[in-house]
Ligand binder design. Structure first.
Ligand code: FE2
Length: 632
């Protein structure tokens, strides 16, 4: 039985397909259409999932999407009504709070209105622009209107329309049963049903989804029992994004830059951040709303078929407290470093506050972690040091793309009560290309290349890395989630301190403060790092052992940390062999691994990889068993 899961009309649109509980495919739309964090409907990702399975949409028994407009409805109504009463203005409610949707429909200044055309169904200000100036008519009828809108927001209907159009098929052929899975339940499912745990505490923590920012639960067998949640407008993700904007990084997904900046600073603003986000009893936390705009004025957000755009979230209170916001591209001073350090510390404090409560509530020591905030690998790496949890499974696509997979498993396990089976240790669920396919692509490009045997290919690449070359490494199935894990990677020698500058100069063009990450043979982790809990999807940061830092300077951050990937033969045999061969040559079981891209989505096809190779100054490119050298 096939189940298709979709994350749509939100950042990192994605599709996933499972068959009888096993993952067939999971992939983000951005890899196909080359638009970073692409929102909208994941048409190409859906088509890929069906193609690799060799099926048509009629063969799919269940289709689900990771949002549920009817979830938490009474809370949305209460919030909208209280705000309307407080402000004497009119509001309407949909699936997701605090967002005003810009759809490029020509309705005035890109303001809103989710009814009908919008798939998002968002809580939005009807501010008199566009088509919403009939406030008198709406006053006493707000509850009715809310209900009407929600009824209108027949998201399944929209999903069917888009699905039929993406597949070029009549809607009548979509015979599957359709499901709306609440956003955080989809996150929780993604971190539990494919984890190695039979029973575990679960935490989903992000900006917002379906009116909730944080949800925790117990997973046991094939069910998830939600224990508690943190509701709109309170959110750790919102604090991180607002501060990221204030520091001058405006793009969707820029939060990781601030995490990389934090070790340069001192947390001298920690008391300010303890005021900005306050912890409460029973694992709860609340924002000091004076610092934010999302709950009051609303924030423009665009979830069209392009990169998401999020308007300014921080309020003038931020400026009064910290001074003027940094202009994008302006100098990064000690102030920005210290704000980043304070934010990061406060996120960790709040995260551990929630997690310690979750442990108290459940008594469990295994944890499944998901949600966009679970991409904060610095926080993740400290969980074992600051909470009683002993094993942590972080969903490799912890952000919203992973909800596509969560939807599949919530249907398979949570709803249909089927047996569990899959344990997702890697993230290799995307497209792959045979040596023959790659050869044809190379031949059609007229490029000179050599073809090596399986035994020789890793040895030769290891030698190139040890010789200081910048090596493109394109193998097997593409990764799901934001990290390249040895199949769509650029690999270089971590012993050479100048490698960071070489990579930035020749390919990556990243901000110089951002660290590069190490991949290490799993069994050698404790020799190089102060913790050794596996981190197969590069979502944990540990301290590099003091005595090893000089040995691998290119992957040791300014504070002595490294965002490692532990590599096992079982999960990725060819990448394991490459690092083993490098270890044979150098005595160092570590390589520097960065994603195969140049300021764009990670490459997906051999064509993308060849294009990236040609337009950058990469030295050598391994595509399966074929190797291509610059100046060959
Ligand atoms: Fe989310």
């Amino acid at each position: 039985m096939y189940i298709l899961g979709i994350n749509a009309y939100h950042g990192d649109a994605a599709a996933a397909l499972i068959k009888d509980g096993r993952i067939v495919a999971a992939v983000e739309e951005e890899r196909f259409n080359r638009v970073k964090h692409c929102a909208g409907f994941p048409a190409e990702a859906v088509r890929y999932c069906l193609k690799i399975a060799g099926i048509s949409i009629e063969d799919v028994a269940h289709i689900g999407i990771s949002r549920d407009p009817s979830a938490h409805l009474h809370k949305k109504i209460l919030f909208a009504a209280s705000r309307a009463a407080k402000q004497g203005r009119q509001w309407a409610v949909g699936a997701e709070a605090g967002e005003r949707v810009k759809r490029g429909t020509g309705k005035g200044e890109g303001v809103v209105v989710s009814e009908g055309g919008s798939k998002g169904g968002l809580l939005e200000e009807n501010n008199g622009r566009g088509n919403g100036s009939n406030s008198e008519k709406r006053g006493p009828g707000i509850f009715r209107q809310v209900k009407d809108r929600l009824n209108n927001a027949a998201k399944v209907r929209d999903l069917k329309d888009d699905l039929a159009s993406a597949l070029g098929t009549p809607k009548t052929r979509l015979r599957a049963q359709f499901h709306n899975i609440e956003h955080h339940r989809a996150h929780l499912a993604s971190s539990f049903y494919v984890s190695p745990f039979e029973r575990a505490a679960l935490l989903s923590i992000d900006g917002f989804g379906d009116f909730i920012s944080t949800m925790w639960a117990v997973g046991a067998g094939n069910s998830i029992n939600v224990l508690d949640q943190v509701e709109y407008p309170h959110s750790t993700g919102i604090v991180y994004t607002a501060t990221t904007q204030f520091i001058g990084f405006p793009h969707y997904g820029d939060e990781g830059k601030v995490m990389g900046l934090a070790p340069y600073g001192q947390p001298r603003f920690i008391e300010e951040f303890r005021d900005i986000i306050r912890t409460e009893e029973r694992g709860q936390f609340r924002l000091n709303l004076d610092y934010f705009r999302h709950h009051a004025e609303g924030v423009d957000m665009t979830w069209d078929q392009g990169s998401p755009i999020i308007g300014r979230i921080f309020s003038d209170e931020f400026v009064q407290t910290f001074g003027p916001a940094r202009e994008r591209g302006g100098p990064l001073t000690e102030r920005e470093h210290d704000i980043a350090a304070s934010l990061q510390l406060r996120l960790e404090e709040v995260g551990f506050h929630v997690l310690n409560h979750l442990h108290e509530q459940t008594g469990l020591t295994d944890l499944g972690l998901s949600g966009g905030v679970a991409y904060n690998s610095v926080m993740n790496g400290k969980i074992l040091l600051n909470t009683p949890f002993r094993r942590v499974y972080v969903q490799p696509a912890a952000g919203d793309s992973g909800t596509a997979l969560g939807v599949c498993y919530e249907i398979h396990n949570g709803i249909l009560k089927r047996e569990r089976g899959e344990v997702m240790l890697g993230a290799y669920t995307g497209p792959e290309f045979s040596n023959d396919e790659i050869r044809r692509e190379l031949e059609s490009s007229g490029l000179v290349f050599e073809t090596l045997s399986d035994e020789v290919v890793t040895k030769r690449a290891a030698q190139d890395i040890a010789d200081g070359l910048v090596v493109g490494w394109f193998q097997g199935r593409m990764e799901f989630g934001p990290r390249a894990l040895g199949n769509r990677s650029i690999v270089v020698d971590p012993r050479r301190a100048n490698m960071k500058d070489i990579l930035n100069d020749r390919i990556k063009k990243r901000e110089p403060f951002r660290p590069f990450a190490p991949s290490i043979l799993e069994e050698r982790t404790a020799d190089y790092f102060e913790q050794s809990h596996p981190a197969p999807t590069m979502l944990m940061v540990y301290q590099v052992r003091e005595e090893r830092r000089a040995e691998i300077p290119a992957v040791t951050h300014v504070d002595g940390s490294g965002r490692l990937q532990t590599v096992s033969r079982e999960v990725n045999p060819r990448y394991y062999q490459l690092i083993s061969d490098f270890n044979e040559l150098t005595g160092v079981p570590v390589v520097l691994n960065t994603s195969f891209n140049e300021n764009e989505p990670i490459v997906c096809t051999p064509r993308h990889a060849i294009d990236c190779f040609m337009k950058t100054r990469m030295d050598v490119l391994y595509l399966g068993n074929h190797v291509l050298r610059r100046n060959a």
